[in-house]
Design a protein around this ligand. Structure first.
Ligand SMILES: [Zn+2]
Length: 451
């Protein structure tokens, strides 16, 4: 879909912005200026705009009669100016499309969405799914307390509404509320292990990685509290998994994946399948190949420094092993074809393998720009063994060698993985100097819970 085609978007897919517009209430005709947030229009032709085809991202109600609208745009001149400033590359202020609810009901604003969902909930008061939708709606408008109220109502209705539990865990972590985080983490991990899912498989998968990442990177006071609770806890399966995420030694990205795979009930037997040269190198260095491994990246000051990309240094935390890799091409194995859908969980795992390692570098050096990262992905895809002109290229070459040495991937699969990485980076990039992609990766690992 190109950027200029109208699309349907649920409201909590964006952060809020401040933008004022004079509106007339259709109930009482009162006119006032409202902070409407992002504006969605079905058409850029101002003459065609009726209340039905303009929608807003912020929550507001009529200042006089308290109704949720709909509202007509009173200040047409200002709307015209806003439409003129439409820029598909910077959709913060105005976008083509319309906001909708989960069932594709068109809504003009979150307040109207709230009326609709409350009405549905009155007819079906025990519906946890609707409660979670209301929670998401309020969360999207920054109305934390209201969101929490509905998530709590959702979790109170049955065992483990995973999406509501996920957001309650995120809130507790943001607040550094240790007992709350502990209780929600246990309930959420248990819900996953019992096979409960979210609205769709993609969200269920993405949230599993995020949960594993959140638990692996707890803030120190939370971590201390969790460790103390683990001491006195039973050996229930959720406790074992949380303990493993908190205390296993080794590469964070490996531990996060293993944890996420276990949350998703996927067999981890088809995990590492080392190529012979890597296995020999690990054994020669006395490293346990079944333990957790980490590629040593040399960063001096905040500068990445790779003197010889062909010598890749591994550590298990104690010992080190050097693996000599003449070329990436030599590491291609088999002739498996990539799936038609890159959202396939196996592929998501490969993308995460690379992205978490890139993020770990950026956390130490500062974020690379979208252009820098995009160019590296693109160059490595077109010419896997082309010369490394930048340290980032050399570092990513090593990470890809690690990926290919660990999993049996064909050239076609390798190409598909890099194409997906490159596409994701280009999709986020707004300007060459923007750093949206790596920020997206960081945000995604912290909160994939987009509605
Ligand atoms: Zn009114």
């Amino acid at each position: 879909m190109s950027d200029s085609e109208p699309k349907r978007v649920t409201i909590d897919q964006f952060s809020t912005v401040s933008q004022y517009l004079a509106l007339r209430c259709s109930r009482c005709a009162f006119i006032a200026s409202y902070n409407v947030g992002r504006i969605w229009v079905e058409s850029l032709d101002e003459g065609e705009l009726t209340p039905e085809n303009v929608s807003f991202s912020n929550y507001f109600k009529c200042e006089k009669c308290g109704s949720s609208g709909p509202f007509a745009v009173e200040d047409r001149k200002r709307l015209r100016n806003i439409l003129r400033s439409y820029n598909p590359e910077d959709p913060r202020w105005v976008c083509l499309g319309h906001t909708v609810l989960f069932d594709n009901t068109l809504i003009q604003s979150p307040a109207i969405g709230e009326d609709y969902l409350r009405h549905q909930l009155e007819k079906d008061p025990g519906n946890a799914f609707l409660c979670t939708r209301l929670g998401n709606l309020f969360r999207s408008c920054g109305m934390r307390l209201k969101a929490e109220e509905y998530y709590l109502r959702a979790t109170g209705l049955g065992p483990g509404d995973t999406e509501a539990l996920y957001h309650l865990l995120s809130f507790a972590l943001d607040d550094c509320d240790a007992p709350g985080a502990w209780a929600n983490a246990k309930a959420l991990v248990r819900a996953y292990l019992e096979g409960r899912t979210m609205r769709d498989q993609e969200l269920t998968d993405n949230a599993a990685y995020s949960i594993a990442h959140k638990l692996r990177s707890l803030a120190p006071p939370l971590r201390e509290y969790f460790l103390a609770q683990l001491e006195s806890s039973s050996d229930a399966s959720e406790i074992l998994l949380i303990r493993q995420l908190l205390t296993d030694q080794g590469s964070d990205s490996d531990i996060i994946w293993t944890g996420a795979s276990e949350l998703l009930g996927e067999s981890t037997d088809d995990g590492p399948d080392f190529c012979p040269s890597l296995l020999t190198a690990l054994q020669a260095g006395g490293l346990n190949e079944n333990g957790q491994l980490l590629v040593v990246v040399n960063i001096e000051g905040r500068r990445l420094q790779i003197n010889d990309r062909n010598k890749i240094l591994f550590t298990d935390g104690e010992k080190q092993a050097e693996w000599n890799v003449p070329s990436l091409r030599e590491l291609f194995r088999g002739s498996r074809l990539p799936p038609s859908d890159i959202e396939d969980p196996e592929y998501l795992m490969y993308l995460m393998f690379i992205e978490t390692q890139l993020l770990a570098i950026c956390d130490r050096t500062g974020d690379f720009t979208d252009r820098e990262i995009g160019e590296v992905y693109s160059a490595l895809r077109r010419r896997p063994d082309g010369r490394s002109l930048t340290p980032l290229h050399a570092a990513m070459w090593q990470k890809l060698a690690y990926l290919l040495g660990t999993f049996a991937l064909s050239e076609a699969q390798f190409d598909a993985i890099l194409l997906a990485l490159e596409g994701s980076c280009r999709f986020r990039a707004m300007r060459p100097v923007s750093r949206n992609y790596i920020q997206h990766v960081r945000r995604f690992l912290n909160d994939p819970g987009l509605d």
